[in-house]
Ligand binder design. Structure first.
Ligand code: CDP
Ligand code: MG
Length: 686
């Protein structure tokens, strides 16, 4: 099925190390598990670079570190800096992560290595979850959180060293931080920056920092390459393209099981649903394996997976068992799983994409880049020689782009522009972007912010509304809804809705119990839509006596952890409202359903649509056809006009979720600057 091809030279250099040192003998590897954590640290490739790393950080304002995934950048570098005294004066080392999961799991690991309780010397901070204390010296955080901190502390004075980790992912917030930190650095000579990247784009980062340094300055940055100990990876391509990569992937798993030596399998697919489905299929087929043969342990991995199931992926594989991890792109670089010897790469990834025409952001499936393909293959060669099965042909590989487009060129920029404005960067078009976003997308974002009342006619942040919206840790439309809730007299209810839409997976649908779960959900369903339904769920939950909560959730197919989180998020959002002096009133029962929905329209008006005779929705602006997502209570229900919050995915259709029924008149009344009523019947987007 697979044609064996030696990897092209360009990939080889990426996955096979030029490191001349002989690989560790197998027996030593087996011993590894028994070594103390300290010994494990010393065995990481980064260890022998410790001195040169510290020297570079000491002598250069910006250090660029390149090393294969698993070489120890994320877990070790902050510890080296801490041990070397960079935190002695009470200052902090920050290490940013593009993903929440990475921030929490890495912090947990490093706390273990340091030998402290999580939240003491080592902590993490992600949105709505701050596990740090006065003692914290090493802080893992999402890139978005660090940018947020700059709002209150523009020079980020609490930090002595800031490490932008996984910079090669080029997330929107990493890109913005690069620009912001470049500015801060010029005003804070004591600050040190570390840019760490798994791929070989170091020169690009260097050029960015050297570009317009002060004339008097010598070189600003230095590059260090860790050349992690990597073993050769054989790359195999399909001889014929496949119509169905999921099927091919499953076949390949069983071929590996039948033919290849032991070693865990990592399968890259695109999204959660696909992963759960495929994992089930593999597990099902694996029950037919002869009992004397090695058994398969199939584990899904994606962001949003409950923590205990995420951690299962990192557990050592039991004797006589082969792990099959079915993962999103998350395993490509940000999390490292030991023991992988085989990688199966479907060649696709789910990416955020932004359509400036409709102003909608969605997740779409796209081909990966060559850099990604190399990175994925490299996951098989971390501890011993490995194999990578690409579910596409060599010809298809040749057509892939060398690297992927930075997120900033394909995302909704409204939240980012809001943050920049709040940081006092008024002329966002002239911001020092490493890769500037297309002008069209900037314009769309500015328009939306203007229509939300965030910006005035001169493009300046309005006071206090715009500034408060920037501070609120929710996206701009929801911030606006919270801030106008007093006008509709329903602050209490809106706080609940904002909290409930910030958590994922409130409803649980266990396999095989779909029918029961659905009828349990129907008990909470409110005809006006998802937001009112979520409000109903929260209200019922908090009315239960505390000691019965777990059982009650279980009986009603609700996710107890998600609800606990919603309670905590609600309390945090409430504190913002109090600080902004916004009265929080409770809607009167007679008018609640009416008032709350009108309040939602005050922020979601740009996401308005009308139902078509065939049951789909047509977006008012742009005219896009939308489908109610099967998890929405509006799925298979009639409505006329609606607003919605989220776009789920667009493989073939555009699905929307978190939908609320509205009256058409509210749009013209509450967003007159956005909608204009033409004649009697049509509502048009200006
Ligand atoms: O950042 P980089 O990819 O260079 O490596 P790292 O994340 O610092 O990982 C170094 C090693 O720490 C890996 O080889 C893992 O074995 C281990 N690790 C772990 O056991 N648990 C984690 N949550 C993270 C890393
Ligand atoms: Mg890392």
């Amino acid at each position: 099925m697979f044609a064996h091809q030696p990897p092209p030279a360009s990939i080889t250099s990426n996955i096979v190390s030029a490191d001349a040192e002989a690989p560790l003998p197998g027996s030593a590897l087996n011993e590894l598990a028994r070594f103390s954590l300290q010994r494990q640290r010393e065995l990481l490739p980064i260890f022998r670079h410790r001195k040169s790393l510290l020297y570079l950080v000491e002598t250069k304002p910006v250090t660029i570190v390149v090393g294969h995934t698993g070489s120890g950048k994320t877990t070790q570098l902050p510890q080296y800096l801490h041990e070397a005294g960079w935190t002695q004066d009470g200052k902090i080392i920050a290490c940013t992560q593009p993903r929440r999961v990475a921030a929490t799991t890495v912090a947990t690991r490093v706390a273990e290595e340091v030998g402290c309780t999580l939240g003491q010397e080592v902590g993490y901070s992600i949105r709505f979850e701050d596990v740090t204390s006065d003692k914290t010296r090493i802080k893992y955080m999402t890139d978005g959180m660090l940018l947020r901190e700059a709002l209150v502390d523009p020079l980020l004075t609490r930090y002595r060293v800031i490490m932008l980790d996984e910079a090669h992912e080029r997330t929107v917030y990493t890109d913005i931080l690069l620009g912001v930190l470049k500015k801060i650095r010029k005003r804070r000579k004591d600050l040190r920056l570390v840019i760490s990247s798994a791929t070989l784009d170091a020169e690009e980062f260097k050029a960015y920092f050297e570009k317009d340094k002060n004339a008097a300055e010598e070189e600003v940055s230095g590059i260090i390459s860790l050349e992690g100990k990597m073993f050769p990876v054989d790359v195999m391509y399909l001889e014929e393209p496949t119509e169905n990569y999921v099927e091919k992937a499953i076949e390949t798993v069983f071929e590996i099981t039948a033919r290849e030596r032991s070693g865990d399998i990592l399968l890259f697919l695109t999204g959660r649903d696909e992963i759960e489905r495929t994992a089930e299929l593999i597990a099902e087929r694996a029950t037919n394996l002869p009992p004397n043969r090695e058994q398969l342990l199939v584990l899904p991995l994606y962001a949003g997976l409950p923590t205990d199931r995420q951690l299962a992926v990192f557990e050592p594989t039991p004797e006589g068992v082969r792990k099959v991890i079915v993962s999103t792109n998350i395993a490509e670089a940000s999390v490292t799983i030991d023991g992988i010897a085989f990688v199966i790469d479907c060649g696709f990834v789910k990416l955020r994409a932004y359509n400036p025409l409709t102003g909608m952001e969605s997740l779409t499936v796209a081909s990966i880049s060559k850099a990604s393909a190399a990175q994925r293959a490299g996951r098989a060669g971390r501890t011993k020689p490995g194999k990578c099965f690409r579910l596409y042909t060599q010809a298809a590989y040749d057509t892939l782009a060398p690297t992927s487009v930075p997120e900033i060129q394909r995302s909704d920029l409204a939240p980012v522009i809001l943050q920049l404005k709040a940081l006092g960067i008024d002329n966002v078009a002239r911001f020092d972007f490493m890769t500037p976003p297309p002008a069209e997308m900037m314009v769309r974002a500015l328009e939306l912010l203007y229509s939300l009342g965030t910006l005035d006619d001169y493009g300046k942040l309005t006071q206090p509304l715009g500034l408060q919206m920037a501070e609120f840790p929710v996206e701009p439309m929801m911030a606006r809804i919270l801030l106008s809730s007093n006008d509709f007299g329903c602050g209490e209810q809106i706080l609940t809705i904002a909290a409930m839409t910030s958590v994922q997976n409130v409803f649980v649908t266990p396999e095989g119990e779909k029918k029961v779960a659905e009828s349990a959900k129907r008990k909470f369903t409110v005809e006006e839509g998802d937001h009112m339904t979520l409000l109903n769920v929260y209200h019922s939950y908090t009315s239960q006596p505390r000691e019965r909560a777990v059982k009650w959730c279980h009986q009603h197919f609700l996710n107890h952890k998600a609800l606990i989180k919603a309670v905590s998020i609600r309390a945090q959002l409430r504190r913002y409202m109090e600080r902004f002096n916004i009265p929080i009133r409770s809607a009167s029962p007679e008018t609640a359903v009416h008032d709350i929905r009108r309040c939602l329209v005050s922020g979601y008006f740009a996401h308005a649509a009308r139902m078509q005779p065939d049951g789909t929705y047509k977006m008012i602006k742009g005219g896009e056809t939308l489908w109610a997502h099967p998890t929405s209570v509006m799925f298979n229900r009639k409505a006329d006009w609606i607003v919605f919050y989220e776009i789920v995915e667009t493989d073939k259709k555009i699905f929307i979720r978190d939908i609320t029924k509205i009256e058409k008149e509210w749009l013209a009344e509450l967003a007159p600057h956005y909608y204009e009523v033409k004649g009697k019947k049509t509502l048009e987007y200006m």
